[in-house]
Design a protein around this ligand. Sequence first.
Ligand SMILES: [Zn+2]
Length: 276
Amino acid sequence: MFELPEYTNIAKQINETLKGKTIQSGSLGNSPHKFVWYNRGQNEFASLTQGKTIGKVKVKGRWLFIPLEPGYTLLIGECGGKILFHSVGSQLPKKYHLYLTFTDKTFLTATTQMWGAMELYEQGDELQREYIKDMRPTPSDPEFTFAYFNDLVDELVEQKKRSAKNLLTQEQLIPGLGNAIAQDILFKVDLHPRHPIAELDSDQRAGLYDAIIATVNEITDQGGRYDEFDLYGQKGSYVRIMDKNALKRPCPNCGGEIQKIQYLGGACYLCPNCQQ
Ligand SMILES: [Zn+2]
């Protein structure tokens, strides 16, 4: 699944490559299933997108807001898979969930890996969508300061018991982060995924905040994670410290054996020595 760094890179690449292109035809693809969230039928989508021009894309959390000028926003979000630009004469993928052709004969396809939204809104209405209207600041927003993060932890500690992994991956508390990034963040600050956030001292809070920002920036700068694709079909170069391949490697800090646990809806990889 794409997380904030991959979306940030794809948005940047769309702005470099697609901005200003005029849509010749729009289609919702050839392989619909119930986990692709559409809000328009094929014919409606085709007639509303035809002749529109791609504007400057914004990213927030795990969502791309692609203006189709005049008057519409194409919203792609919460997905993994491939969002690909195709040059003139390229072959169309076998399966796709979104297909835009441009008047210069280039085209764009998006194919979700598991689920994801491919929705078209009258401009402004997308901001009322569930998960978007109340979205908290993401680590790439200027509002995501340490003071904000510290207040967020205070607020959450009062509500209920939460762990460090819960803070990083659940309920869109920090939008844009997912299990993949969270594991590297927790490793960098020597925190076990189950560590209660109520027990974080001020140094640990500051360390966690710094690690969130640094990890998001590092993955973005490296073009995303090594197992995700960018707009041009290239894999990123960020190699995760803690993923299934870590089981074969010693801990980079202590040389100890990496452990796999199941916790909060997914596998977690950690060093039991460093992350107690
Ligand atoms: Zn270790």
